[in-house]
Design a protein around this ligand. Structure first.
Ligand SMILES: *Cc1c(COP(=O)(O)O)cnc(C)c1O
Length: 406
């Protein structure tokens, strides 16, 4: 589906190196800066401020394209239906943990079943505008599905390089959308090297996390949407399952843009980066007071989306976490799976393991006292739980069995 002409009033002024501040033109294809760091999109916020009001925004369709003045589109976008995602209240968590409110933003409702659709909707539409013919991505599953779907929708070839233990359902999905899908004997950073090498040889465009400027612009719409849904307020704490960190960095950027537009005030939620015990480079760097994280050796977790041993935007994640007076914390796989099972049984909400990691972290950090009683807390469920393995204790039923025995 192609959206109408009025959906691309581009207000981009330039791109900016996130480390050095150096400016880059936005009217051509860009990757990372000369310093090797992510590029951030900058807008003419003073001009947008003159025209954009809360009321205007709220009268528009509830999709991520609602924030068109703050998106870098160069043509009407091809859309797969990027709807608002619901905030579901978890009464069980708020009651047992003595919290004012616990909301779960359920991103599993997006196209391809995960929030990767937000970033890739923007990245692929922009690549199309710049005439890119082939896009490649290193992926643990969800990013590949989203890339493959959007590439097929706009008519770009896609290639997905996946660690060999990527769940079959994700591999099948990517391939079914038409992506050339490869199992690689390595982790996501090994897949990243393959994609980078091919891009340097001019074979394709590198769509890896933060290696192009636009996925973050798609992901930042989580921040806009949240503020919009919470009636221009913010929660006290946001727990985010952190792999490459695009969403956390993106939301932090979104809050700054909204403040510059006079749509929200100065106060910010505490941003909590949640990682898995056996893949926690950001947590380690946070605790050691470092600006950059060391690559994590032998990364392992059932939460595939956060099995990211090296993040290009590590310094941006750490800065947002520290500026927000938040923290980074790691949870065990046992705690993740326990939280996932208990929330499914008590509340009817099927979290993906990464989403369950934020619930496990909330439980852990209420005990530690780092999250205070009475707080309003937001958890992210980044993908539908249906793509992940579930224990299935199914009973056998004999046709002659007495129903009263059941
Ligand atoms: C990609 C992914 C994450 C991590 O998101 P980042 O913004 O890259 O840190 C978490 N959960 C799921 C399900 C994902 O697919």
């Amino acid at each position: 589906m192609q959206l109408s002409e009025s959906n691309h009033p581009n207000q981009v002024t330039h791109l900016e190196c996130s480390a050095t501040g150096q400016h880059y033109p936005a009217d051509r294809i860009q990757t990372i800066s000369e310093a090797g760091k992510p590029l951030l999109v900058r807008y003419d916020l003073p001009s947008i401020k003159k025209i954009l009001t809360r009321e205007q925004l709220q009268n528009r369709e509830p999709t991520l394209w609602r924030y068109k003045e703050l998106l870098p589109l160069r043509a009407p976008p091809i859309s797969l239906g990027e709807t608002f995602t619901p905030l579901i209240e978890s009464k069980a968590l708020s009651q047992t943990l003595d919290l004012d409110q616990v909301l779960i933003k359920d991103e599993g409702r997006l196209p391809t079943g995960s929030f990767k659709a937000r970033g890739l909707a923007l990245a692929v539409n922009l690549a199309k505008s710049f005439g890119v013919g082939k896009m490649a991505i290193p992926t643990n599953g969800n990013a590949g599905s989203a890339l493959a779907a959007y590439c097929s929708a706009v008519g770009i070839e896609s290639l997905c390089f996946c660690p060999s233990d990527t769940p079959e359902v994700n591999l099948q999905e990517m391939a079914f959308y038409g992506a050339k899908t490869f199992k690689v004997n390595g982790l996501i950073n090994d897949c990243g090297k393959i994609v980078k090498t091919g891009a340097e040889q001019g074979l394709w465009f590198d769509t890896a996390t933060l290696r192009e400027p636009y996925r973050i612009e798609g992901k930042k719409t989580m921040g806009f949407e949240l503020v919009d849904q919470m009636h221009w307020e913010l929660p006290d704490v946001i727990l985010y399952p952190t792999g490459g960190g695009t969403g956390l960095i993106g939301m932090w950027k979104a809050f700054d843009e909204l403040e510059a537009l006079g749509l929200i005030g100065k106060s910010r939620p505490k941003m909590v980066a949640v990682q898995a015990e056996h893949c926690a480079p950001i947590v380690q760097a946070f605790e050691q007071g470092l600006d950059h994280a060391e690559p994590w050796a032998n990364a392992q977790t059932a939460a595939a989306g956060i099995r990211v041993p090296v993040a290009l935007g590590d310094f941006l994640i750490l800065k947002a976490v520290r500026d927000s007076a938040g923290f980074a914390t790691a949870v065990s796989d046992a705690a993740i799976l326990k939280a996932q099972a208990s929330i499914a049984k008590t509340e009817g909400i099927l979290l993906c393991p990464e989403g369950a990691a934020t619930a496990a972290a909330l439980i852990q950090e209420r005990k530690s006292g780092r999250i205070k009683s009475g707080s309003r807390v937001l958890l992210f469920n980044c993908a539908t739980g249906l793509k992940y393995p579930m224990p299935a204790p199914i009973h056998r039923f004999d046709n002659h069995q007495n129903l009263a025995e059941l």
